[in-house]
Design a protein around this ligand. Structure first.
Ligand SMILES: Nc1ncnc2c1ncn2[C@@H]1O[C@H](COP(=O)(O)OP(=O)(O)O)[C@@H](O)[C@H]1O
Ligand SMILES: [Mg+2]
Length: 271
């Protein structure tokens, strides 16, 4: 960890509408250069936590700071700045399939371009940068191909290049390998980890395959029912230590599971 935290979340509580708390007292820090895996079963609050970092989750209590901005009290104009500084990668890649690979990457620059001159298209500087990024993610030879003609793993690399085109301060990747086969999954996570290390950008990546998290992260944050039960450097954890995140997930229909671990059982060495 070098430098101050770029994301700092304290005692965050989130509820949708009149519903129950889906995040209940969550703490999270992201430091330059680290890849942090966010674990937890479906519905534990991973996507909501990521959304809170871009102002897309209703904050009921606590605080969220992202690249120096207080997200609980942010003018609209500043919210746009925050979103421009957060690169995002999604499970379904979210490319425009009929457009070329290069154009998809170039759209990443729209975040900071302000009003663009659609008639004039993208500047040659932007084009050069986009080609450099495609080269970095190993897809330069596909630059003029339609995005939809690429394999899933290649499309996700294009999506990563697009995120980098924003010059992001942080990168959020919500289940980026859930649609990829194991070999592609490793390659994409290795690429994200390289970006964290080489560019000093924190990468927060939610994953549902434990071995991938153990192999490709510096730190693991584990959610269960909206609470952080695990927060530790990856090299201090193993699959058994992560059991608390998934224990008793298979409850028989109608049975109420009140045995899930409480805060007292946390694996937490941030003290
Ligand atoms: N837009 C929404 N409106 C209402 N409830 C939501 C919304 N998004 C998520 N939830 C609920 O919040 C909880 C956490 O969901 P989510 O953050 O998507 O978890 P995860 O990404 O870990 O699967 C779930 O109970 C889910 O049903
Ligand atoms: Mg999710």
């Amino acid at each position: 960890m070098t430098g101050p935290a770029l994301v700092s979340v304290r005692d965050l509580r989130v509820a949708y509408g009149d519903g129950p708390l889906v995040l209940d007292g969550v703490d999270l820090d992201l430091f330059p250069g680290e890849m942090v895996a966010l674990l937890g079963s479906s519905g534990s609050g991973k996507s909501t936590l990521m959304r809170s970092l871009t102002g897309f989750a209703p904050i009921n209590g606590g605080s969220v700071h992202v690249v120096g901005h207080d997200m609980t009290n942010l003018p609209r104009r500043r919210l746009r700045d925050v979103r421009a500084s957060v690169g995002q990668v999604f499970q379904q890649f979210n490319l425009v399939g009929r457009l070329s690979v290069l154009t998809n990457v170039l759209t990443g620059s729209l975040h900071d371009a302000g009003p663009i001159n659609l008639a004039g298209g993208f500047s040659s500087a932007h084009r050069r940068r986009a080609m450099e990024l495609l080269d970095r993610v190993g897809i330069a030879h596909k630059a003029t191909d339609q995005a939809r003609s690429l394999s899933g793993g290649q499309q996700q690399r294009v999506a990563i290049a697009r995120a980098l085109m924003q010059n992001p301060r942080i990168v959020l990747a919500d289940e980026p390998v859930a649609s990829l086969d194991p070999r592609m999954s490793h390659a994409v996570l290795e690429l994200l980890h390289d970006i964290a290390r080489q560019d000093g950008i924190p990468v927060l990546v939610s994953l549902h395959v434990l071995p991938l998290a153990l192999e490709h992260s510096d730190r693991i944050v584990g959610l269960r029912h909206g609470e952080v039960l695990v927060s530790a450097p990856t090299d201090r954890l193993d699959a058994a230590a992560l059991d608390v995140l998934y224990a008793h997930d298979e409850t028989p229909d109608g049975a109420h599971d009140d045995t899930h671990p409480r805060k007292a059982d946390r694996v937490d060495d941030h003290a």
